[in-house]
Write a protein that binds this ligand. Structure first.
Ligand code: NAD
Length: 257
């Protein structure tokens, strides 16, 4: 395979498992050096560092809690130091909390909004300051969700956070294009990752979900990573401010029963 990310460095937040880990493997397989991130480095992070070395690239793991603006900013600064530069920022870390709207606590609201939106906002700001200072181009990809567009009852804060991400990307695409910084969203539908463990182990619930997906199956993290690699590469050089849905046809699907 052609190596599209030779001499490039990418920071992927929340990359110990799931979609973030798949993005790390995919970019590394095309020559990218990777900064992995999570709350704490554990066996999964260490295994991923070894896997990336086997793929012929290099990775480091930097701990940070993305729900805090100071740590999001600090993570970007430490990432720049790790390999002497940063070309690609993938804001992947995200959480969801299930509750009836009238039961949502301020604590859960803050946890979701701070991780999914505030941390992303300030990570991008820190990356943009670096690009401006060094007069370098940059690429930002935000892991949004089909719920930046379609409703998801009982996940009001999650939908608000991903809806905010949609508008943040539209706005920054305009503001940052003159700086040669591109920014796009990826919007997965139902992907088989640990975040969906409960759903995947409940056959009835899973059946109801799959009924709404024209392709009749969940997606894989690798299928998301393929689109992320496209958006991170020069193959998408004229694309900014867009959202790419990876949802088996879910978002624009409607059926009577
Ligand atoms: P996941 O739970 O498997 O992985 C998310 C990772 O982010 C975890 O390793 C977690 O520890 C880390 N993380 C969470 N909060 C963090 C914080 N404050 N600081 C640092 N790390 C933190 O989830 P996933 O399914 O791989 O989801 C990744 C992204 O994709 C999320 O933004 C999610 O909203 C989005 N998404 C997933 C699906 C899906 O079906 N899996 C669908 C739509 C959108």
């Amino acid at each position: 395979m052609m190596k599209r990310f030779e001499n490039k460095v990418a920071l992927i937040t929340g990359s110990s498992q799931g979609i973030g880990a798949a993005c790390a493997r995919r970019l590394a397989s095309e020559g990218c050096r990777i900064i992995l991130n999570g709350h704490t480095l554990d066996d999964r992070g260490n295994a991923l560092i070894a896997e990336i070395a086997d793929l012929g690239s290099e990775a480091v793991f930097l701990e940070a809690d993305l729900s805090r603006a100071d740590q999001a900013i600090g993570l970007v600064e430490r990432s720049i130091q790790a390999f002497g530069g940063l070309d690609i920022l993938i804001n992947n870390a995200g959480i969801e909390k299930h509750a009836d709207f009238w039961e949502v606590s301020e604590e859960d609201y803050d946890a979701v909004m701070n991780t999914n939106l505030k941390g992303v906002f300030f990570a991008i700001q820190s990356f943009v300051k670096y690009c401006r200072q060094k007069d370098l181009p940059g690429v930002v990809i935000n892991m949004s969700s089909v719920h930046e567009e379609i409703a998801f009852p009982h996940f009001a804060a999650y939908c608000a956070s991903k809806g905010g991400l949609k508008m943040l990307t539209r706005n920054l695409a305009s503001e940052l294009a003159p700086l040669s910084i591109r920014i796009n969203n990826v919007a997965p539908g139902a992907i088989s990752t640990p975040i969906n463990q409960e759903l995947m182990s409940d056959k009835e619930q899973l059946g109801r979900v799959l009924k709404n997906i024209p392709m009749g199956r969940m997606g894989t993290s690798d299928e998301v990573a393929g689109v992320v690699a496209f958006l991170a590469s020069e193959d998408s050089a004229y694309i900014t401010g867009s959202t790419y849905y990876i949802d088996g046809g879910l978002t624009y699907h409607y059926q009577e029963q």
